[in-house]
Design a protein around this ligand. Sequence first.
Ligand code: ZN
Length: 340
Amino acid sequence: MSTPTRLPELDEIERLLAAGAPHLSGHIEAEIDVGPMRLPLHVLTLGSDRADAPTIGVFGGVHGLERIGAEVVIAFVASLVARLRWDESLHHQLQSLRMVFMPLVNPGGLACGTRANPAGIDLMRNAPIEAREPVPYLIGGQRLSARLPWYQGAQGAPMQPEAQALCDVVERELTSRPFSLAIDCHSGFGLHDRLWFPFAHTRTPIARLPEIHALKALFDDAHPQHRYVFEPQSAQYLAHGDLWDHLVLRTHASTHFLPLTLEMGSWTWVRKNPRQLFSRQGIFNPLIAHRRSRVLRRHLVWLDFAARATHSWQRWLPQGLAREQHQRSARSLWYGEAVP
Ligand SMILES: [Zn+2]
């Protein structure tokens, strides 16, 4: 582990909290000790605080090496803060929509330049849930050693403070409400931008599959040129300890909770700039400024869409026969089942 450094992301979050007042509020959910530093886990909220307000949660920085994930969340908050000064339609939206942000879930990992948290644990393998089918060696999660990547932590140990904080925020702010959408921003997988939905621990479809498919159909219609690949995480690989699987399984059946993981396809950055292969940070983060702004711009379109879809959930959530149709289409598209 290299020496922790001061994080510009935390300065930017504090600047946004000041600029977004009184609409944007924030608190520190937990603090993480890293060497001589104590780093805050900020939670920012905006909009309605009604118990029945549809809520979008946007999370970043779960993996310390994937700096661009935290930057996307911060850029989204910055764009909202700028619009708060003049955008009537945003204020109208916020009267009945709640927005929650955890831009930097793993500040210790970011400060140390590690995927894992300062204890060497991969937060996205840390939930108390084991895959039901074989997982790929190491990458699917392992309990051999914190010195190897994808370490789940000791069997039966409590969740790490960062993972527990994320789960507490989701259960307090999202799954307690009738409709919520979560977007967890990562980078590092493959050539394409992907939107993964659970499960990671099994190839069995989630109960909210028709709703996920309906959301994808809305996005396809509104942005036909988009390049995201929607798919269950299990289509790529299975893993132990996924926090979103854990949260979905704890959610009451009457609640609509749709968690998505945005996996930004960072290998394209490497292909266009092979020097990035020599920088551990570089593999997960675009180095060139114009590429970085293009990445941020592209994903802001998706996040803005996701906020609108959350706000308008009652207009598009499929019911009855339409829901059955989405179920069949989703099973055919993602699980290879024939459409009857
Ligand atoms: Zn990640």
